[in-house]
Design a binder for this molecule. Structure first.
Ligand SMILES: NC(=O)c1ccc[n+]([C@@H]2O[C@H](COP(=O)([O-])OP(=O)(O)OC[C@H]3O[C@@H](n4cnc5c(N)ncnc54)[C@H](OP(=O)(O)O)[C@@H]3O)[C@@H](O)[C@H]2O)c1
Length: 332
């Protein structure tokens, strides 16, 4: 591939143990030698980007680095016949934005196996309103449905409900007819969560540690985006045979639980990975999100930022203060 193009990227440098991001000029010659060069028009913000930008070595080993686990744009050049120049694509997950320069740059060069053709009726901006957060919420809901979860079985809970994954999970479940209880630490997001379709909004302290080993069943199922102690508590409230889709760790990666929810109520804890799963599984969820699973309120309320606002927006994620979907627009 012979293109040599100068472009802007928001790159993070390590300086004396501190991690500082700034917009700088780069050249496509310095991108990894992969099959598809993509001009990125939109990216989006996810908790993992905040981890990468703050020097979390479990996400990004080497700096300087361009984060951005999501990208949408147009193929500029390709070594693979399936992706001709001009083809709109979505790229999320795998190593993008971790140790491969990501969507916070105006260009990425990635393996063809990471690229999904843009669904017919979608634009790059819409795709990035969903991004990895939407894909993950969709995967959680798809797995709960596969386990037989139905609206008539009772309420479903979403933790971290105002966050990127949580807010889309809330709207998607409500759109599918579920009675959603949004569990959130942000009292000021109550109205927004109701506008997404939450039937009830309860404070995060509803999942504060209880001494009791089991609690009165309250939820037929749940999407958990936080992990840690809240997840251990949530499991005590799940109805017999119910399931919890577990995808996040903002409250901690440890899970200290008894086996009681599993052996007394047959509760299922479902793991969700949006990163390494086969492309076909991602494609199935993208197709639904671009059709019957569209989350119109999320699409309407997503916030746009430019690269200069990345620093403060990413810091808000680390403090648990971010809400809804934040889309990064490249250009100007
Ligand atoms: N498995 C996967 O493939 C996958 C994919 C995407 C994301 N994730 C993970 O999912 C999680 C959520 O990601 P996101 O992008 O949605 O992040 P996010 O926008 O920051 O949302 C997380 C939400 O969790 C709540 N929260 C924050 N700190 C908390 C704490 N200490 N205890 C309890 N709740 C807390 C907050 O919502 P409230 O104020 O409303 O409570 C926050 O908005 C992250 O851990 C991320 O790494 C995993």
């Amino acid at each position: 591939m012979t293109n040599s193009i100068d472009y802007n990227a928001w790159r993070v440098h390590e300086k004396d143990g501190n991690y500082v991001g700034a917009l700088e000029r780069c050249n496509t010659d310095d991108l990894p030698d992969n099959e598809v060069l993509v001009k990125v028009s939109y990216s989006s913000l996810n908790y993992k980007d905040a981890l990468s930008a703050s020097g979390n070595k479990g996400v990004t080993r080497n700096f300087p680095h361009t984060p951005g686990i999501d990208a949408a744009g147009e193929v500029v050049a390709s070594d693979i016949a399936d992706f001709a120049a001009g083809q709109p694509v979505i790229v999320t997950g795998y190593d993008l934005g971790m140790n491969t320069p990501g969507g916070f740059g105006e260009y990425i060069r990635v393996p063809a196996a990471w690229c999904i053709p843009m669904p017919q009726n979608w634009q790059a901006r819409t795709a990035m309103i969903y991004g990895t957060a939407g894909l993950t919420a969709g995967l959680c809901v798809a797995k709960l449905l596969k386990m037989g979860l139905k609206p008539e079985q009772g309420k479903v809970a979403v933790t971290g409900a105002s966050g990127a994954v949580g807010s889309i999970a809330t709207e998607l479940l409500a759109t599918l007819g579920f009675d959603v209880v949004a569990i959130s630490g942000k009292a000021d997001q109550s109205e927004s969560l109701k506008a997404l379709g939450a039937a009830e909004v309860v404070g995060r302290d509803a999942l504060a540690a209880e001494k009791k080993p089991m609690l009165k069943p309250a939820y037929a199922g749940a999407v958990d985006t936080v992990g840690g102690e809240p997840l251990a508590e949530l499991l005590k409230y799940i109805q017999p045979g119910g399931s919890v889709a577990c995808c996040g760790l903002v409250a901690g990666p440890q899970l200290q639980t008894t086996v009681l929810p599993f052996i007394l109520r047959g509760v299922n804890l479902l793991g969700i990975d949006s990163v390494e799963i086969p492309l076909a599984e991602k494609q199935a969820v993208w197709d639904k999100l671009s059709g019957p699973w569209a989350c119109k309120q999320t699409e309407k309320t997503a916030r746009e930022i430019g690269p200069k606002e990345l620093d403060s927006a990413l810091k808000a994620f680390l403090k648990g203060e971010s809400s809804g979907r934040v889309v990064l627009v490249h250009g100007d």
